[in-house]
Design a binder for this molecule. Structure first.
Ligand code: SME
Length: 169
């Protein structure tokens, strides 16, 4: 549906296109899981050198695996644990050059060498985190952090869980 043909060197333009595509895909769709699934697919297609791209959701104070692309991953991560749990606990992006040097890193895929995790915050509430893994050490830089943080800001309201279904009678 979207065709990304931007040189990796032009990251600002790549992230601008990614944001536009994610905006178009999620605008007007209230289902958080559907939106996460489409954005995970977009990230996977648009960003080079990834081996995992997706979401963990804040479910009652615990991170629970959401839609993603890549190998199957650990399902539950406590706040404060690993790179994802650190982003959730601090509400700060975590850009890790070498995951083997990160104390407590959770190795879901042994191919992962670097990782970027950005918290998703809406109305002062942590919705979850966006997680990108790469098999290349130091794959992510300040421009990736900025690009993903802007994407997260735009998307957070559309990734917040929809209202609860009424009880079945
Ligand atoms: N490496 C993450 C766990 C999630 S996987 O990378 C998909 C962490 O340390 O939190």
């Amino acid at each position: 549906m979207f065709d990304f043909k931007i040189a990796e060197a032009d990251k600002a333009e790549l992230y601008r296109q990614l944001r536009d595509a994610a905006d178009a895909l999620t605008a007007g769709e209230p289902d958080a899981i559907a939106n996460m699934a489409n954005v995970a697919a977009l990230l996977w297609e648009a960003l080079p050198d990834l081996n995992w791209a997706g979401f963990y959701r804040n479910v009652n104070g615990e991170l629970v695996l959401g839609p993603f692309q890549g190998r199957s991953a650990c399902i539950r991560i406590s706040f404060g644990k690993g790179v994802c749990g650190t982003a959730a606990a601090t509400l700060e992006p975590q850009c890790v050059e070498d995951v083997n040097a990160f104390p407590g890193h959770i190795a879901c895929d042994s191919a992962s060498a670097s990782e970027l995790v950005v918290p998703l915050v809406h109305d002062g509430r942590l919705i979850g985190v966006l997680d990108l893994d790469s098999p290349r050490v130091a794959r992510f830089d300040a421009e990736d952090v900025r690009g993903c943080a802007e994407l997260a800001r735009m998307l957070a309201p559309r990734l917040a869980a929809a209202t609860k279904a009424p009880a079945a009678s």
